[in-house]
Design a protein around this ligand. Structure first.
Ligand code: FMN
Length: 171
């Protein structure tokens, strides 16, 4: 599949079919995440794979009733690992690089999912402490993004974008 077509076709999916996600496809997504760049190549993040229905239902509550978290057969939780980045980059590693590392990996995962016919939606609105508890995240880590992954349950709407001329500035 053409890269630009994948980017163009990716939309936030908020309704999922019950069809399971094939293990090979999930593995490919995780491999792709692992190819993402990171500050100093420290990979200052961790990914938690959530499959159990009870945990996904609990994530719905932690994310202010975003029901699709329980519909998608798999949810990835991307956590910044600030101490890992801080070893080399101190405060900047703690407050910026580890979060960027985790979110770049999430972006790569979204596109790797789409390239394999799967859909996702980036979920950023959630109670971090609640998510940490549900997923048994180590206290050093900070969950920064969740990514439900599954087969589309409907045709997603197309969201508009700013004009390039509005977004891009000649310095
Ligand atoms: C940092 C971030 C946080 C987001 N949080 C949520 C969220 O909690 N729930 C949700 O349904 N969508 C969330 N989204 C998805 C955006 O609403 C979506 O990407 C945007 O409206 C553009 O639509 P598109 O992804 O279909 O192009 C988030 C996206 C980003 C990048």
């Amino acid at each position: 599949m053409d890269f630009f077509k994948i980017v163009e076709d990716r939309r936030s999916m908020r309704k999922y079919a019950e069809t399971p996600v094939e293990e090979e496809k999930l593995h490919k997504i995780l491999e792709t995440a692992n190819r993402a760049p990171s500050a100093g190549n420290l990979q200052g993040y961790e990914i938690y794979v959530v499959r159990k229905l009870e945990q996904r239902q609990a994530l719905v509550k932690a994310a202010w009733d975003q029901e699709f978290l329980a519909e998608a057969p798999v949810v990835l939780v991307f956590c910044a690992n600030p101490p890992r980045s801080a070893v080399k980059y101190g405060e900047r590693g703690t407050t910026l690089y580890s979060i960027q590392d985790a979110t770049i990996a999430c972006s790569y995962s979204q596109l790797a999912a789409k390239a394999q016919g799967l859909d996702t939606v980036w979920v950023g609105a959630f109670d971090e402490a609640a998510v940490s508890e549900i997923v048994n995240v180590s206290p050093d880590l900070r969950p920064v993004a969740m990514l439900p992954i599954g087969y589309a349950g409907r045709v997603p709407s197309v969201r508009p974008r700013r004009e390039i001329s509005d977004l891009v500035h000649e310095a």
